[in-house]
Design a protein around this ligand. Structure first.
Ligand code: FDA
Length: 307
């Protein structure tokens, strides 16, 4: 019950101001977002890759209001690519981007987002890595898929995310699997109406399995974005049945969540990529993490009371 309330709060400016200013917030945020700038994050990249993990990196921020902010977001990613270059990690460190941060919701936003994201994809390719387009709320997805298709003409390794809770996703998965795309499958983290998305947890899980089967049996590269132990086991089984070996697909989890499982899967020889977010505009990202697990909210509330 709490999840939708927290997701609604994630869109409120008043809540943003309240929570961002709370004295203990930073401590709790650090669990999920291990840095405010690129200087903080380079040691994290080194540490995780030294442990046999891979990364997809997200410069947080989504609610931008003008083209200058979109250009600044592009530049932040370009700086990140620049700082990754000497580490020579190739695809072990890729980037995840939210097109909203590149201007998608502004006037002529589709063109603007494409114009801003392209140099990031080009720069990533120059250092031997790639970019994955995150999935945001359902109203943004036609534009995201069109940008994905456009980018893939020159950079076929560009990936995208699909969300199991949306009714449309089974058809999207079939199309992407047939076209040989890299695809991260997640359950979905936004507040979506019953007209477009399953609301029941079990229905979402069942859809996840159906979609994952499509991806595993297809021509592309499936990325299992989940912390759910059942889905991770099913993913391995589906991969095995489809004749895929570790390396023909990968697991992805968020920084700070089930960390011991990241290491266990990597030790078993799986590709395990950690979605690592950093930056100062962490509010939306942080609130979605609270919504996913009410215990996080209790921990957050308790730390405020005991401060
Ligand atoms: P579920 O929520 O059932 O969690 C399974 C278990 O994992 C829980 O019981 C708990 O132990 C642990 N867990 C999960 N979330 C936790 C949290 N926040 N704090 C503490 N423990 C937690 N969504 C989206 O809409 N667009 C996107 O682009 C992405 N991108 C993305 C990338 C990656 C790598 C991941 C892993 C996830 C996303 N997501 C996303 C988020 C996704 O949609 C979903 O909200 C979360 O992954 C939670 O769902 P699970 O599959 O982990 O299952």
């Amino acid at each position: 019950m709490l999840g939708p309330v927290i997701l609604a709060a994630s869109r409120s400016d008043r809540m943003r101001r309240l929570i961002s200013a709370a004295p203990v917030t930073k401590q709790v945020v650090d669990r999920f977002i291990p840095g405010e700038d690129v200087d903080d994050i380079v040691p994290v990249v080194r540490d995780l890759t030294d442990q046999g993990l891979e990364l997809t990196m997200d410069v947080v921020g989504e609610d931008i209001t003008n083209p200058a902010q979109a250009a600044a977001a592009r530049d932040a990613y370009l700086e990140l690519v620049d700082r990754l270059k000497p580490l020579e990690l190739g695809t072990r460190a890729e980037m995840s981007v939210k097109l909203s941060m590149f201007g998608q919701a502004l006037q002529d936003g589709h063109e603007l987002a494409l114009k801003n994201v392209r140099p990031v994809v080009e720069a990533a390719a120059e250092i031997g890595t790639t970019v994955t387009l995150d999935a945001e709320d359902h109203t943004t997805l036609d534009s995201m898929f069109a940008i994905h298709e456009e980018l893939r003409k020159d950079f076929p390794q560009t990936g995208c995310v699909i969300q199991a809770y949306l009714f449309r996703t089974e058809a999207d998965a079939r199309r992407l699997a047939a076209s040989g795309s890299r695809v991260r499958l997640v359950k979905g983290a936004y507040k979506e109406p019953a007209s477009v998305a399953y609301q029941d947890k079990h229905e979402i899980d069942r859809a996840y399995v159906r979609i994952l089967r499509t991806l595993m049996e297809g021509e592309g590269y499936p990325m299992i974005g989940s912390h759910d132990p059942r889905l991770i086991a099913i993913g391995q089984e589906l991969a095995h049945r489809a004749g895929r070996k570790p390396g023909d697909y990968e697991f992805q989890m968020l920084y700070g969540i089930r960390t011991e499982e990241h290491l266990r899967l990597a030790a078993e020889g799986h590709r395990m990529r950690v979605y690592t977010a950093y930056g100062t505009d962490w509010y939306g990202y942080f609130m979605r993490r609270l919504a996913e697990k009410p215990a996080n909210l209790r921990f957050f509330a308790r730390s405020m009371i005991t401060k």
